[in-house]
Design a protein around this ligand. Structure first.
Ligand SMILES: NC(=O)c1ccc[n+]([C@@H]2O[C@H](COP(=O)([O-])OP(=O)(O)OC[C@H]3O[C@@H](n4cnc5c(N)ncnc54)[C@H](O)[C@@H]3O)[C@@H](O)[C@H]2O)c1
Ligand SMILES: [Zn+2]
Length: 384
């Protein structure tokens, strides 16, 4: 190999995930304390970028942020502004626009970008922040269930490109995450429920006890009762964080991706339905499919499969979409392989709380699993 130097850099990443209520109430210290966590003596400079869907439902938010900055002696570099919410925002033109504005405001590596919104908006602002000056400080304030229990707490960002989900993006830890449960009050019913799919997912791959808790509280969760929802979000976020920190592969350099259980089909479903299906809904369908596949492959019992689809159903999550009949769906496996880096490695479950890795998917068994899930087939079977 000739002369070589083996470079080795080891360092720890650390960021707080704060759970609070009404973060921009004047007497709530969370945001101010978070910004000054590393340099308490400094007058911190920040911008606040808000999901359009959030701004529409919280008309007083901009004024609250401005009043909060004055009260806590923070420098707001510009009045807060919005970017569109939802999946269509995850595109290059929005990143470009964000770069332009942040550059004009001289946002540097000591300033903060506070992003307030759903998982999609956090992904696009996160990508813009991570690439501006090779990374400016980002504080995420997720405003959806899925944002608070999954998308907003991790170390990834991304936008869609060339017809593929999250095709461009970076691994970048946030400076902090602030989960303000108040925001959840204005979510559309389907967005309240969609994010619960990630709780089922993380329970299935890491914590059978949490799965049981979800089953026991399914009715309260489906009714969006505050106490149950807050516990679900906290535990789900905690399990995601534990997995990212302790799973041995925070930046996903290997092939195994347990947190992507149910996601290969989910990503394809989202693209094939042009995002008519929410990410969480697609994950629920993807988990139902992969669980049925696991039964067909002799890895999972019928009883555990029934428990999984039963829970998804009781939460109000879908377990089927007609697009599953589209042969293009299986092409999603090839794309997922590419996304992983060449070799297929899917996480399935062999029991509640028991992940199992598989290196290939049998086409015939997959077709059978889809057929088994298809409600049309079930109706036909009942009639016949
Ligand atoms: N980076 C990651 O690690 C990661 C992980 C999981 C998911 N994701 C991404 O997250 C996205 C899904 O996020 P999501 O489920 O939060 O949906 P979303 O961001 O698409 O938001 C759904 C809708 O809710 C609106 N909204 C947001 N907060 C609201 C509030 N408080 N009140 C009313 N409306 C509100 C938005 O404007 C949008 O129209 C997907 O793009 C997915 O790929 C990223
Ligand atoms: Zn997901």
């Amino acid at each position: 190999m000739g002369d070589s130097i083996l470079q080795r850099i080891a360092f720890a990443l650390e960021y707080p995930v704060v759970f609070t209520r009404t973060a921009f109430a004047r007497d709530n210290a969370s945001v101010a304390a978070t910004l000054s966590r590393r340099e308490p003596g400094r007058r911190h400079r920040f911008v606040a970028i808000v999901d359009g869907g959030v701004a529409a439902r919280w008309p007083e938010l901009f004024a609250d942020i401005e009043a909060y900055a004055r009260h806590h002696d923070l420098e707001l570099a510009a009045p807060p502004w919005t970017v569109p919410g939802g999946e269509p925002a995850k595109q290059a033109s929005i990143v470009d626009e964000l770069h332009r504005r942040l550059a004009a405001l001289h946002i540097d590596r000591h300033s903060f970008v506070i992003a307030i919104g759903g998982g999609a908006m956090l992904d696009v602002v996160g990508y813009a922040a991570a690439t501006l000056h090779r990374g400016v400080r980002l504080v995420r304030m997720p405003t959806t269930v899925l944002g608070q229990n999954d998308a907003g707490v991790g170390v990834k960002n991304g936008i869609n490109a060339f017809g593929a989900k999250n095709f461009l993006g970076t691994f970048a830890a946030p400076f902090a995450v602030i989960n303000d449960s108040r925001f959840l009050a204005t979510l559309e019913p389907r967005d309240r429920i969609a994010g619960m799919a990630e709780a089922v997912k993380v329970a299935l791959i890491r914590d059978a006890g949490f799965f049981t808790w979800l089953v026991e509280h399914a009715a309260a969760l489906a009714a969006f009762e505050t106490e149950a929802v807050e516990h679900m979000i906290h535990r789900c976020a905690e399990l995601h964080l534990a997995h990212i920190a302790g799973g041995g592969d925070p930046f996903e350099q290997g092939n195994a991706r347990p947190l992507d259980f149910g996601h290969w089909a989910a990503h394809k479903l989202e693209m094939l339905t042009e995002h008519a299906v929410r990410h969480g809904e697609a994950v629920a369908i993807g988990m139902a499919l992969d669980s049925r596949y696991a039964v067909e492959a002799g890895l999972l019992s019928e009883r555990e499969y029934a428990a999984i689809v039963g829970l998804l159903g009781r939460l109000g999550l879908p377990v089927w979409h007609d697009v599953l009949r589209d042969p293009a769906l299986s092409a999603g496996l090839g794309e997922f392989r590419e996304h992983l880096g060449g070799e297929l490695c899917l996480t399935l479950v062999s029991g509640l709380g028991h992940p199992i890795e598989v290196r290939e998917i049998d086409g015939a068994l997959l077709a059978r699993a889809i057929e088994q899930l298809d409600p049309a087939r079930r109706v036909a079977a009942q009639l016949g």
